[in-house]
Ligand binder design. Structure first.
Ligand code: CA
Length: 240
């Protein structure tokens, strides 16, 4: 996929860093729009949805994390990948950022080459999956086949029986392939609004799903646990 015309929104209050990013991405023929704070960023996305957002955590006014949460809640930006910039080396920020729905992070100071490589990688993996995912009536990759209309699932040539919740959970994981999803996000999307569900509910369903789709559910390769963060559907494992 060519970078030409792919639009990237850079939200960063430090002009030097913003320029550095802008310069390097423009060299690679990406279209770059710049915002120096959250308010400006929200105005810009309202006008036109970018293909990717580079978001600094430390912003005046709305913080990067708050902004990330807003982007994830807005229907127009819910699926736009976010590369987070963190100034601190602290793990906590990264974890919270990923929980809020960021796709990847880069610690400052970063090399422009590394930044461009990350952008390219994120766009490559989201382009191929996201565009097709929401509208496709079915999913078929490697040994996994899901029919979203008939609710039939085949894994390694065998039809598997899932409860409605397990099916919804699998669908959400697959449609957000390679993205880290927190238990709260999963609860929200799959069980939205229901009472008497806890993060434990998610774990229990994940365990059952693994029994159904993994070759060896004690060594899961498709539905991965990211300790302290959540789960991720690793589409790569299907291609092997
Ligand atoms: Ca900053």
């Amino acid at each position: 996929m060519s970078s030409i015309g792919q639009k990237i929104l850079v939200v960063e209050d430090e002009p030097d860093i913003r320029k550095l990013i802008q310069y390097n991405l423009t060299q690679e023929r990406y279209l770059v729009v710049e915002a120096e704070d959250g308010e400006q960023a929200l105005k810009l996305v309202q006008r036109d949805t970018p293909n990717l957002i580079i978001l600094d955590l430390m912003l005046p006014g709305l913080s990067g994390l708050e902004l990330c949460k807003i982007f994830r809640e807005r229907p127009d930006t819910a699926r736009v990948p976010i590369l987070m910039l963190t100034a601190k080396a602290g793990e906590a920020d990264k974890v919270v950022g990923l929980e809020m729905g960021a796709d990847d992070y880069l610690s400052k100071p970063f090399s422009p080459r590394e930044m461009v490589a990350r952008v390219r990688a994120i766009l490559r993996r989201t382009d191929s999956s996201a565009a097709a995912a929401e509208t496709a009536p079915s999913y078929h990759k490697g040994t996994l086949k899901i029919d979203y209309r008939t609710y039939e699932v085949f894994a390694r040539g065998q039809q598997i029986r899932l409860t409605l919740k397990e099916f919804e959970l699998l669908r959400f994981l697959v449609q957000n392939s390679n993205r880290v999803l927190s238990r709260d996000q999963l609860l929200d999307r799959v069980w939205g609004g229901e009472t008497f569900v806890t993060p434990r509910t998610v774990d229990v369903h994940i365990r059952r799903l693994r029994k159904a789709v993994e070759e060896d559910d004690r060594r899961p390769r498709l539905i991965l646990t990211l300790r302290g963060v959540g789960y991720k559907f690793d589409e790569k494992a299907l291609a092997e």
